[in-house]
Ligand binder design. Structure first.
Ligand SMILES: N[C@@H](CCC(=O)N[C@@H](CS)C(=O)NCC(=O)O)C(=O)O
Length: 212
């Protein structure tokens, strides 16, 4: 008989959201049942003070901000298995999560990913000018990641950690655009890392509808 108990983690977010997937991925890695309740970021239903998703309910807590959410789930329910204990390794992981959130996501999302989502999902004409303007910065960011992976393996040298959990949905959404796919094909290490992640059950279980 199937498990009829309610999901332990309730995720309020948009279904094609990068950060909603980051939390879903963490749940899968921790073996936690979860459900995503479709909630638009800038809606009255959304309880994030700055209109972002996801917002999460778990263990009687309401949590916001994906770093806090992912760390809580891993610490409370997964023996912190996604976070290195050695301080230097931990600093590498934290650095890549910060780079992902503060620089990579805004660069990729604003100039490339969102124009394509607005076009493909929203049915609006593609903002070609915006995409073209963003491409040099997107290329530089991809080149930086590739350089770091080539030099010493960067976050990927740590095994699968929360850095992978954050970086995968962010980079994968770039790969799902035509320009991003071409750019990533030129980055051998980054391309290889994405391919290796794709075999992981948590990644398979959280695929976006557009990927299937
Ligand atoms: N700092 C937030 C960022 C979350 C975020 O940017 N979510 C995006 C969706 S992937 C969002 O809510 N965008 C809507 C908006 O900015 O209006 C976190 O870590 O949870």
């Amino acid at each position: 008989m199937g498990d009829t108990s309610p999901p332990q983690v309730r995720i309020f977010g948009t279904v094609i959201s990068t950060y909603t997937r980051i939390v879903e991925l963490t749940c899968e890695e921790a073996g936690l049942s979860h459900e995503t309740i479709a909630t638009a970021a800038q809606s009255q239903q959304n309880r994030h003070p700055f209109g972002k998703v996801p917002v999460v309910e778990v263990d009687g807590l309401e949590l916001i901000e994906s770093v806090a959410i992912a760390q809580y789930l891993d610490n409370a329910h997964n023996d912190s298995a996604l976070q290195p204990t050695q301080p230097a390794a931990r600093a590498v992981m934290d650095k890549w999560i910060a780079l992902a959130n503060n620089y990579l996501f805004p660069i990729f999302e604003n100039g490339l990913v969102m124009p394509w989502i607005m076009h493909r999902v929203g049915g609006f004409p593609l903002d070609e000018d915006k995409v073209q303007r963003a491409l040099p910065t997107v290329s530089r960011a991809l080149g930086y990641i590739e350089g770091e992976l080539s030099e010493d393996g960067a976050w990927a040298s740590l095994g699968f950690t929360l850095a992978d959990v954050f970086l995968y949905p962010i980079v994968r959404s770039v790969q799902l655009t035509p320009q991003g796919r071409v750019g990533i094909e030129q980055c051998e290490r980054l391309h290889g890392w994405l391919a290796s992640c794709e075999k992981r059950p948590s990644i398979v279980a959280t695929r976006w509808e557009s990927e299937v």
